[in-house]
Write a protein that binds this ligand. Structure first.
Ligand SMILES: [Zn+2]
Length: 327
């Protein structure tokens, strides 16, 4: 496909779409082949030979690549299904039935135990810990959760900052007027209208746009406002660091929680104040995912034994914050 020939699996997948389930008894697919055709010097066989290969070919077995953290997440999820201690044999039985059991179960169990997610008892039964259950209940994988646990224990970031880090706001666009003005001024063939795209970020320099006389007053004002209020960190990498995105996320959260704005009002406010376009659906998605992240972090924080008091208080604020996001 594209510059590569179709594989047998891709070909069969396309064939499977012919006809309609429960409407037709038969689906027809046609192969349009130009005999003798070769598309690039790299492709040594001609089109009709490829076609014959596809028709008679066998699908290669799908190979699952071992992934240590995925295996840990899966085994932890299984153990957490039980309210009581699970005999080791049950876990080994489950493991035998896995399609992707190309990993060492004993090793995975040992890692889960070292991370304090499960406890292995003397009678060879296994029980999930509070922390393990919180991790299994969250939508996070074991590796993501361990990172959060570490941040909470090191007190390096507040629970809210951890949640903001987990979820990022992706579809942020420049308003139509700004894009129209830009296309007149910028000689770029592929100009993205996404605020965080490299082409837009390269313009986030107020001094630079002020010097170039071709930019409109509106555009200069736009860049000046963004560089002073959103792209305003002192990082060496500014504007290519994550700070601006984080600032925008915090702004949205504040508009929602402190100003009690409706989603539509937030969208309008960003468009009027910052000439930034975020669709309502994307805002809802973002806030919804932020709620999931916050809930997971709260559960994980509750599962950590001897968590710092200050952090406990912070984590206890989460349900109220969620209530205000939902309101
Ligand atoms: Zn920064």
């Amino acid at each position: 496909m594209g510059i590569n020939w179709l594989t047998v699996a891709e070909f069969e997948q396309m064939l499977g779409r012919a006809g309609r389930l429960k409407k037709h008894e038969k689906g027809l697919a046609y192969l349009l082949v130009e005999p003798g055709k070769v598309y690039s010097p790299k492709m040594k066989i001609t089109e009709e030979n490829i076609a014959i290969k596809l028709l008679g070919g066998k699908i290669k077995d799908y190979e699952l690549i071992p992934d240590d953290y995925k295996s840990q997440t899966e085994i932890l999820a299984f153990i957490s299904m039980f309210n009581q201690r699970v005999p080791k044999e049950n876990i080994f039985q489950f493991y035998d039935h896995l399609i992707n059991n190309n990993f060492d179960l004993k090793d995975v169990l040992k890692k889960l135990m070292t991370s304090n997610l499960i406890r292995i008892k003397e009678d060879s039964t296994i029980k999930v810990t509070h922390l393990g259950r919180a991790v299994a209940k969250s939508f996070l994988s074991v590796d993501e959760s361990l990172e959060i646990i570490e941040k909470l224990q090191n007190k390096s970031e507040s629970p809210l900052d951890i949640a903001l880090d987990l979820e990022s706001l992706r579809n942020v666009y420049l308003s139509k007027n700004i894009v129209a003005g830009l296309s007149k001024n910028i000689n770029m063939r592929y100009f993205s209208n996404n605020l965080f795209s490299a082409s837009v970020l390269s313009l986030m320099n107020a001094e630079y746009v002020r010097k170039r006389k071709t930019f409109s007053r509106d555009f200069i004002d736009f860049i000046t406002k963004l560089t002073s209020e959103i792209f305003n960190c002192n990082c060496k990498d500014n504007p290519y660091c994550d700070c601006a995105q984080l600032n925008l996320e915090k702004l949205i959260l504040n508009l929602r929680v402190k100003e009690n704005m409706k989603i539509e009002e937030i969208s309008n406010y960003l468009a009027e104040e910052y000439k930034i376009l975020i669709f309502k659906g994307d805002l809802i998605d973002y806030l919804e995912n932020l709620i999931y992240s916050l809930e997971s972090i709260q559960n994980i924080a509750e599962g950590i034994p001897n968590l710092d008091e200050k952090y406990k208080i912070e984590a206890d604020k989460i349900p109220n914050l969620i209530k205000n996001i939902k309101y």
